[in-house]
Design a protein around this ligand. Structure first.
Ligand SMILES: [Zn+2]
Ligand SMILES: [Zn+2]
Length: 383
């Protein structure tokens, strides 16, 4: 018996001494913009408190593991499918997730999805203080309640569903004119809605891209193409108040299937922050060689618009590419013009950019590259 006791004590000591299993997080790397932090946000997801398949704290764990800064849990307002299994009202999923979010430093936004047949469709209401007062029958009454709480309202997945899918309707007009519609999902899960992109540009609505995840998050490794659809929010700080200010100001971009979708005002400085052009390090005969570093998660594709550039330069995510240009005619050009094919500033229209080339002294005087020439010149700019 004493032997057994001793074993138990040793086992307890071993347990106590063993370090807690480390949790690992895969960062989402997009650089900050001058004056703004780039926050990775998913503002649309579900739990067992509507038709999702996970407990609210799981959404926080997933967000932490996937490198997010902020999430909104947005269970359906009208459909509490599992009322017999889970109870506690419409704030319960937020309340259950809040402690875990504080522990993991995930910014948690209290929200709900207003779920009506199309038209008018589905809308997320975010930054609420209390979800319950929104549970009124009249569709416009819901948004009256939302306005009383100074909430932020977005039109969800405009391309889903019914004969009026994707079309701006009477309800959108009325909410927009009442200043009760502030944003639109340009992307939802695996869908991109070009018409929504156009609506956002024309009406100055904030562009969002979210997962609308219902299942547990996949544990498949992330790739440039296969990843959670996210909104990049360019906020003055990493706080809920700063996210709200940025959403009100429309400072967002959508990361969707190896593309960034947004406005030129955001995508141009983001491209400049993502891409560093190194000075030319070698000239020989008719060729000049230089490197380009990509600091973001996108496999960036540059396609020539000017006559001096290489036809296409591929900049793999978080990698450096080597490029060669022909300098037979007219020497080294100062800048090369491209379209960044997967930076979309309006439907079908890529961002125009230029890479500015710098020639180091050693090359200008005919010498070989010195070791210090590899510092990037940060010479990219939108056109
Ligand atoms: Zn929906
Ligand atoms: Zn949803």
């Amino acid at each position: 018996m004493r032997h057994v006791m001793r074993l138990a004590v040793v086992a307890m000591w071993l347990f106590a001494a063993a370090p807690a299993p480390a949790q690992s997080r895969q960062e989402v790397r997009f650089p900050d913009l001058p004056g703004y932090k780039t926050l990775k946000c998913d503002l649309h997801m579900h739990t067992v408190f509507s038709d999702g398949l996970v407990w609210p704290t799981v959404r926080v764990d997933e967000a932490w593991r996937e490198g997010l800064d902020a999430i909104a849990i947005t269970d359906h307002l009208e459909s509490q499918y599992r009322r017999s299994e889970v109870s506690g009202g419409r704030n319960r999923s937020y309340e259950l997730a809040a402690g875990s979010a504080r522990q993991k430093d995930i910014l948690l936004i209290r929200g709900v999805e207003v779920t009506r047949d199309t038209p008018p469709g589905h809308f997320n209401v975010l930054f609420l203080k209390d979800v319950d007062p929104l549970d009124v029958k009249d569709f416009y009454g819901v948004f009256e309640q939302a306005a009383l709480q100074n909430a932020f309202v977005m039109w969800n997945h405009p391309g889903w569903k019914g004969p009026d899918l994707g079309h701006w309707g009477e309800a959108q007009t009325r909410l927009f004119e009442q200043r009760r519609l502030h944003a639109i999902e340009v992307c939802n899960g695996r869908s991109y809605y070009p018409e929504a992109h156009r609506y956002a540009l024309d009406r100055k609505l904030t562009m969002l891209g979210n997962s609308d995840i219902h299942d547990p998050a996949s544990d498949r490794p992330r790739t440039a193409q296969e990843h959670r659809t996210l909104t990049l929010v360019f906020a003055k700080d990493r706080t809920l108040a700063a996210i709200r200010e940025a959403l009100d100001a429309g400072r967002t971009a959508v990361w969707f299937q190896n593309q960034l979708i947004g406005r030129e005002e955001q995508l141009a400085p983001l491209f400049a922050a993502c891409v560093d052009v190194h000075p030319v390090h070698q000239r020989s005969g008719d060729s000049a060689w230089f490197e380009v570093t990509n600091h973001c998660e996108l496999d960036i594709v540059l396609q020539r618009t000017g006559s001096d550039s290489p036809l296409r330069i591929d900049l793999p995510a978080l990698g450096t590419s080597l490029a060669r240009i022909d300098v037979r005619r007219g020497g080294l050009p100062q800048k090369l013009s491209f379209e960044a094919a997967n930076f979309l500033v309006s439907p079908g229209k890529p961002l125009r950019v230029s890479l500015e080339l710098a020639e180091p002294e050693s090359v200008r005087s005919g010498g070989a590259r010195g070791g210090s020439d590899r510092a990037p010149s940060a010479a990219t700019r939108p056109q």
